[in-house]
Every structure is written in structure tokens, then in C-alpha cells.
Write a protein that binds this ligand. Structure first.
Ligand SMILES: NC(=O)c1ccc[n+]([C@@H]2O[C@H](COP(=O)([O-])OP(=O)(O)OC[C@H]3O[C@@H](n4cnc5c(N)ncnc54)[C@H](OP(=O)(O)O)[C@@H]3O)[C@@H](O)[C@H]2O)c1
Length: 324
């Protein structure tokens, strides 16, 4: 099969299209023919080992897992002999998480992995873009115990996690303020934000937010101190070292509840996302898509940090039809 492989850490050019062995499912696994995947922040961070601590887990001198890609949408091609829940022909979407492997024509996933039937009203590429931001936003909003009528500020509202967080926070009944740049104001508003702050033109204002969800690790600390209420919750979704220190210090000195760490992906949540999408309550936000052959270009674009929502990758163009 064809796969995009990297054998050393480095710039987007380390990603190379190659022929590799097609995987064979174990007894409890399904073999999925991948139609589409996506490029997310985790992919470029692993590709270039940023932060360098990535190497502790993914290979000290070179990457141990040579095929990146943590999300996918495709068709079950065959199943292992113990698999009961899936059959050949099922259209699915989901996540391979930190096992990666989705920049390829085929992948094996455990029967009870983070997989669900693909929403009938999304194309494969749209479906592939849902799990990364969706899972991350669900994880952190639940940890924050978001409640109806609470005021939440979502910083980085136009990225993969931000666009998911706006939609989900609204569904939880919160009053949402999104922060983004001028070009994204309309999109953030169309996803349901009650108020939008353009960070290129305005100060971050608002009184007494119950929750601040910084999805990109860039909110000015002064803005948090000015606008987060006493004992409010600060979600550090994409924090670097400085923000981590600020977060933990303000937790001690101001009584903020600080939420950080890795977002966990759950099978129930992928089904929850599918239900929302099929009921028209949640949208896939796709900035653009690249063919598999241009995956390194997709990495260059995503790494710049200014995509709108998500960037898809089409593995099999002939199958990526929109079934609307
Ligand atoms: N903890 C976890 O488990 C976990 C899980 C997933 C992701 N993450 C991390 O979360 C971060 C965000 O991921 P993502 O995929 O949502 O990122 P992304 O899609 O790449 O974010 C892009 C968006 O960020 C906005 N942005 C860039 N600079 C900004 C600024 N100074 N102020 C406000 N918005 C700004 C951009 O809008 P403009 O173009 O308008 O600036 C763009 O729309 C990443 O660092 C990722 O590693 C962590």
C-alpha cells in the first residue's frame, strides 16, 4: 500500500510517499481502507519533535512510529475472526490516537477502538476532521464541568479545538465569547458564539468569566487576571512552559482551578459527535484539503498556526463523495 512515511525528525520534507506492507488485522481488529485523514497540531509536533520531550516517548534518535496521522474516515475492508461489531463495507470515522498510522491507504484498529459509523451527512474528508478538535474540546469542557448560563471565553476560537469548543459550549448552554482575528470573526459568530472579540483590534474584555479556555496557549496573562472571576476555571489546552507556570502560580495565588494535561479520546465521545452531526447540531469546519501526495505542503500550512478549523487530506479521491 502507499503511505506517507518519516524516518527522521525534521521539516515537512521528511514526509515521503512510499510503498509499505499492507497491515493484516489481528483476531480482534478491523482493517479500514482509509479515504481521508487530516493534519492536526499533534502531527507536526511529532514530525519535528516539538517540544523535544516528544523524543522521550516517540524515539530518542529517530521516530519509532514512522507513519503519522491520528484521525481517519474510511470503509471497513475486512475484520478479524473475533470481531462482532463491525463488518466489511461499514463506513467509519475515528481516531487511532497516539498509535498514529493514518497517513496510509490502510490501517488496523481494535474492534473497541475510538471508531463509530461515519455521519451520513458528511463526506469522508469532513468526517476525518471531526475527532481531533471534537475530542479535545469535549474532554476539557467536561473537566471544567461547564454548566448552562456560565460565561466562557474561548481563546483561539478559530482553530480545530476552538471551533469545536464554541459549538459544544453552546450545546452545554453556556454563554460563549470567542476570540479570533478579523478574518475569522464571521465564522466564529456563525458557529454560535454570542460575542466575538477580534484580538487584532480590541482588548480582551468581559466581566467575570466562569471559564477561560485557551486552546492555543497564547492568551495574555493580564487578560486572564482581569477577566476570569475569583475561583474561575482556566483551561490550558495548548500551553507552553511559561503559561503552565503562570497557570499554576495563579492557581495558588488567585484560587483559579487550572485544567491541563492530555485530552483522552473515548469511544462514547465519537458516537456522541456522530449523533450531534446527524441531528445538524455540530458542523465539521474544513479550511482546505490536500491530496495525499501533498501531505508535506499540508504540514507547512498547518504548522503556521493560522488555519481556520481543520485541514483534510484525501487518500482516495474517487471515494470522497459527499452523501448529503
Ligand atoms: N492537551 C491536549 O491533549 C491537546 C489536544 C489537542 C491539541 N492540543 C494543542 O492545542 C493547540 C491548538 O490546537 P488546534 O489544532 O486548535 O490549533 P490550530 O487549529 O492550529 O489553531 C489555529 C488557530 O489559532 C488561531 N490563533 C493563532 N494565534 C492566535 C492568537 N495569538 N490569538 C488568538 N488566536 C490565535 C488562528 O487564528 P488567526 O489566524 O486568526 O490568528 C487559527 O485559527 C495546539 O498547540 C495543540 O498542540 C492539545
Amino acid at each position: 500500500m502507499r503511505a506517507v512515511v518519516y524516518t527522521k525528525y525534521g521539516p515537512p520534507e521528511v514526509l515521503q510517499l512510499k510503498e509499505v506492507d499492507k497491515p493484516v488485522p489481528k483476531d480482534n481488529e478491523i482493517l479500514v481502507k482509509i479515504v481521508a485523514t487530516a493534519v492536526n497540531a499533534a502531527d507536526w509536533r511529532l514530525r519535528k519533535a516539538d517540544p523535544v520531550a516528544v523524543k522521550l516517548f516517540f524515539g530518542l534518535t529517530r521516530p519509532k512510529k514512522t507513519i503519522l496521522g491520528g484521525v481517519l474516515a474510511g470503509i471497513v475492508e475486512s475484520v478479524g475472526c473475533d470481531v462482532k461489531r463491525w463488518k466489511a463495507g461499514d463506513e467509519v470515522f475515528g481516531s487511532s490516537g497516539m498509535n498514529m498510522g493514518a497517513y496510509a491507504e490502510y490501517i488496523c484498529l481494535p474492534e473497541d477502538g475510538v471508531v463509530a459509523l461515519k455521519p451520513f451527512n458528511l463526506s469522508y474528508v469532513e468526517a476525518a476532521t471531526v475527532p481531533f478538535g471534537g475530542h479535545t474540546a469535549i474532554h476539557f469542557l467536561r473537566k471544567a464541568n461547564i454548566q448552562p448560563r456560565q460565561k466562557i471565553l474561548i481563546y483561539g476560537a478559530s482553530g480545530a479545538v476552538g471551533t469545536a469548543a464554541i459549538q459544544l459550549a453552546k450545546l452545554y448552554g453556556a454563554e460563549v465569547t470567542g476570540v479570533c482575528s478579523t478574518a475569522n470573526v464571521e465564522m466564529v459568530s456563525s458557529l454560535g458564539a454570542d460575542k466575538v472579540i477580534d484580538y487584532t483590534k480590541e482588548e480582551i474584555t468581559g466581566d467575570n468569566y466562569d471559564v477561560i479556555f485557551d486552546t492555543v496557549g497564547k492568551i495574555p496573562y493580564e487578560a486572564v487576571k482581569k477577566t476570569l472571576k475569583k475561583k474561575g476555571t482556566w483551561i490550558l489546552g495548548g500551553a507552553g512552559v511559561t503559561q503552565m507556570v503562570q497557570g499554576y502560580w495563579s492557581g495558588l495565588s488567585r484560587g483559579y482551578k487550572i485544567i491541563s494535561g492530555l485530552a483522552l479520546e473515548k469511544e462514547d465521545d465519537i458516537r456522541f459527535l456522530r449523533e450531534l452531526i446527524e441531528k445538524g447540531k455540530y458542523k465539521a469546519v474544513v479550511d482546505k484539503s490536500y491530496p495525499m501526495e501533498q501531505l508535506s505542503m499540508a504540514h507547512s500550512y498547518v504548522e503556521k498556526g493560522h488555519k481556520k478549523g481543520n485541514v483534510g487530506v484525501i487518500i482516495d479521491e474517487t471515494l470522497d463523495t459527499i452523501n448529503k
